[in-house]
Design a protein around this ligand. Structure first.
Ligand SMILES: Nc1ncnc2c1ncn2[C@@H]1O[C@H](COP(=O)(O)OP(=O)(O)OP(=O)(O)O)[C@@H](O)[C@H]1O
Ligand SMILES: [Mg+2]
Length: 243
């Protein structure tokens, strides 16, 4: 996999102008601990490793993505941090998206567990697509089904529907109890993009503000698992540009 170092951090935050509209990826699931931050940080690390200008917006009061970024070495491809959880009432989802550096090409939005109602609607309104990690357990799958229904019924989604994809995370073996979720997703034409295995690679990477793509020698299996997601994201971005 080819990698380029991105340009150094711009010291000034400036408003993004319409001509350079960034690709906005929302990572969401109302269930806690399903891998939202892991997916957000690794997606950000991937696009940064490819030389893109990436911003990571953290809406979670736990600040996990922002803490991940503060542990990140300056020698790694830069990712711009927006700690949106430190908000006052005058801030909106959109105003945080305007706080990224000029020419930001990718905005990754990490959200907390339990997002519903108007907040969910606002996030859905201001993104280009939704990635939803789901852990293969009956409890998580039930919660995921409920969350997808919430998303589809949310005014922010209904005003302007957008692609949604599900990613199975922390998968321990090939045989999954996903049949029901898969049938449900199929009935809604929501793709089940890939499965990400349960591995200490993600835990180790997170400790140092890294994604698996920052490793000198990422594990071949992990790259293989990410490829369908990368292909899907690139396709969605291309479709968006052509629309
Ligand atoms: N594929 C994986 N393999 C191993 N560990 C993982 C994997 N994905 C996530 N984890 C670990 O599981 C825990 C929860 O993951 P993460 O913080 O990404 O979930 P989350 O959905 O963001 O949680 P929260 O709802 O609290 O924000 C973390 O300790 C993380 O390192
Ligand atoms: Mg999180």
């Amino acid at each position: 996999m080819t990698r380029k170092l991105s340009e150094p951090l711009q010291s000034q935050t400036v408003r993004v102008v319409d001509q350079t509209k960034p690709f906005r990826i929302l990572i969401a699931n109302s269930k806690g601990g399903c891998g939202k931050t892991t997916l957000a940080t690794n997606t950000a690390a991937y696009f940064a490793s490819m030389g893109h200008k990436v911003a990571l917006i953290d809406h979670d009061p736990q600040g996990s993505s922002a803490q991940w970024l503060s542990a990140r070495s300056h020698s790694l491809p830069n990712i711009y941090s927006v700690a949106a959880y430190r908000k006052d009432d005058s801030h909106t989802t959109r105003s945080f998206q305007l706080m990224v550096p000029l020419n930001t090409s990718h905005i990754i939005i990490d959200t907390p567990a339990g997002v519903t109602g108007n907040v969910l609607s606002d996030h859905l309104r201001h993104c280009d697509l939704v990635l939803m990690p789901v852990v293969p357990s009956v409890i998580d799958i039930r919660a995921a089904t409920g969350f997808i229904k919430d998303v589809l019924l949310s005014p922010g989604f209904r005003i302007k529907p957008k692609p949604i994809a599900v990613i199975a995370n922390r998968v321990k073996r090939n045989t999954l109890g996903y049949n029901k979720l898969e049938a449900f997703l199929n009935s809604l034409h929501i793709p089940f993009i890939t499965t990400i295995r349960d591995t200490q690679q993600y835990v180790r990477a997170a400790e140092f503000g890294m994604g698996i793509f920052d490793f000198t020698q990422p594990h071949e299996k992990d790259l293989e698992e990410w490829q369908p997601l990368i292909n899907w994201l690139n396709l969605q971005q291309k479709n968006l540009k052509n629309s």
